[in-house]
Ligand binder design. Structure first.
Ligand SMILES: [Zn+2]
Length: 224
């Protein structure tokens, strides 16, 4: 019965604006085991978009677990109140069916990507800032990886708390991430693998661009 959604395990990294809808929808959809990771505590400025939380000062993993267990008391929830680093991630990656990157910085995203490539685990990546959102799916073996898309010399972009964000935008991006996770878990539909979906909320404009595999990618290329 491993093909049923109730038998699947999804790792959600980051329980902010994106992680909120991802965790809530996957819990409601009946994903059997959610593994939630975040080091942070809820700040008043988070509440406008991080809808899984309601109490300032609470650890986000505790707050998120309480909310998803209210939505679906039948699922298993494991929490880690930790920063994401390579050594820690490697210790919890066993038996994960899909990883969802809901983090907010390049350093963490590169670590998550490397672990997923090394362990052949599908990765659903999302990002949102100001009026813009994006989603990409990276599958093991033949697809490009996140590192094919961005150079590690990439300038560190501002975070939502610095640059601001339109609150419902993270709901849109996170919901699309949840859709992609469910398709991968159930092996249904056409995923965003090999594409980057971009949403400009200011113009209400959607587009997707093809992501080529970087044959010299230091993470996923067999030429490395
Ligand atoms: Zn790559």
């Amino acid at each position: 019965m491993k093909d049923q959604i109730t038998a699947k395990t999804v790792l959600i990294l980051g329980l902010g604006g994106l992680g909120s809808p991802v965790a809530m929808y996957l819990a409601a959809a009946g994903v059997g085991h959610l593994v939630l990771v975040d080091f942070d505590q809820v700040d008043l400025s988070n509440l406008q978009r991080q809808i899984i939380h309601s109490k300032v000062g609470e650890y986000k993993v505790n707050s998120a677990r309480n909310t998803v267990q209210k939505i679906n008391p039948n699922i298993k929830v494991t929490i880690y109140n930790k920063h994401v680093d390579e050594i820690f991630l490697q210790t919890i990656i066993n038996n994960i069916d899909v990883v969802v990157d809901c983090s907010d910085n390049f350093t963490t995203r590169f670590v998550i990507n490397s672990i997923c490539v090394r362990n052949n685990i599908p990765l659903v990546s999302g990002a949102a800032l100001r009026w813009s959102g994006q989603v990409a799916v990276f599958l093991p073996k033949n697809s490009p990886c996140y590192r094919c898309l961005y150079d590690d010399a990439e300038e560190q972009v501002e975070t939502c708390s610095e640059a601001g964000i339109l609150a419902p935008l993270v709901g849109i991006v996170g919901s699309i991430q949840a859709i992609e996770v469910i398709k991968i878990l159930l092996n249904m539909g056409k995923t965003l693998c090999g594409k980057l979906l971009l949403f400009d909320a200011y113009q209400n404009h959607w587009r997707s661009i093809k992501l080529p595999k970087d044959l010299d990618c230091p993470v996923c290329s067999s030429n490395r």
